[in-house]
Ligand binder design. Structure first.
Ligand code: 6PG
Length: 242
């Protein structure tokens, strides 16, 4: 488990991008699953201001780790956020963007997107495999859109699941645990004081945490798990090695 702690979101974005570019350089093409919520916005804003040519955007196919079940024009949409903070500024062809159709019936879309992943991605042991999978973490320990109150969805035999936000009741479509843990490289991007408790529990006490928090069950088969944290989110991590 590789844990990197940064003073600012800008420094975090710079380091994540350097890591991302290394993987891009090693591959003819890269399939990436983007996370949603607010944290990725600063990364996308950083990518949007990179010099032309710094990233070969044509090598990248964009997918999502989860989506809110709203239309792509809705302010809640992870796709809309990504379009407004990234795709409006960088040359990505529509043919390389595979959004989750939040406007669909959740269970129908979970099946459709799961089948699309099987069709578009290389599978290892029958599980579609991302080259890079970005994840955020909620202050309740959820990741993607698998929440503690529905933690059993993590073990779904399907590639994608229909989920429900515990307080808003908003329906979601999310990757399941088996697809998350099949990814070659998994990176958590977690910032903010409100995440510090769960970060400490999940990194410091993984076996206890994995009983309760989906984010603690992110244990990629590849072993390639990185945490990109700001100092606020890492505040409760002691100096001990993890
Ligand atoms: C979503 C995300 C979700 C997010 C966490 C953290 O659709 O909301 O995929 O898993 O990563 O809730 O969100 P913030 O970055 O907004 O704290």
């Amino acid at each position: 488990m590789d844990i990197q702690i940064f003073k600012t979101k800008e420094e975090l974005s710079q380091s994540f991008t350097a890591w991302f570019l290394e993987i891009l350089a090693e591959n003819d093409s890269v399939n990436i699953a983007l996370s949603g919520g607010s944290t990725p916005k600063s990364l996308f804003d950083y990518w949007a201001q990179l010099r032309e040519g710094e990233v070969d955007w044509n090598k990248i196919k964009f997918f999502w780790s989860d989506e809110r079940c709203v239309p792509p024009t809705d302010d809640e949409s992870n796709y809309k956020m990504t379009k407004e903070h990234l795709f409006h500024f960088v040359p990505v062809s529509d043919k390389n963007i595979f959004r989750i159709h939040g406007e669909n019936v959740p269970e129908v879309e979970a099946k459709r997107y799961g089948d699309l992943l099987s069709a578009k991605l290389e599978s290892i042991h029958g599980v579609p495999t991302f080259d890079i999978l970005m994840l955020g973490m909620g202050d309740d320990g959820h990741t993607a859109s698998i929440f503690p109150h529905e933690i059993e969805l993590w073990n779904s035999p399907d590639n994608c699941v229909a989920a429900t936000h515990p307080t808003s009741g908003q329906k979601r479509v999310s990757l399941s645990g088996k697809v998350i843990n099949a990814a070659r490289n998994v990176a958590f991007l977690v910032t903010g004081e409100n995440k510090a408790d769960k970060v400490e529990e999940i990194i410091g006490h993984p076996h206890r945490a994995e009983k309760k928090y989906p984010a603690a069950r992110v244990q990629p088969d590849s072993g390639n798990l990185l945490w990109f944290l700001d100092e606020k989110a890492a505040r409760k991590l002691t100096g001990k090695s993890y």
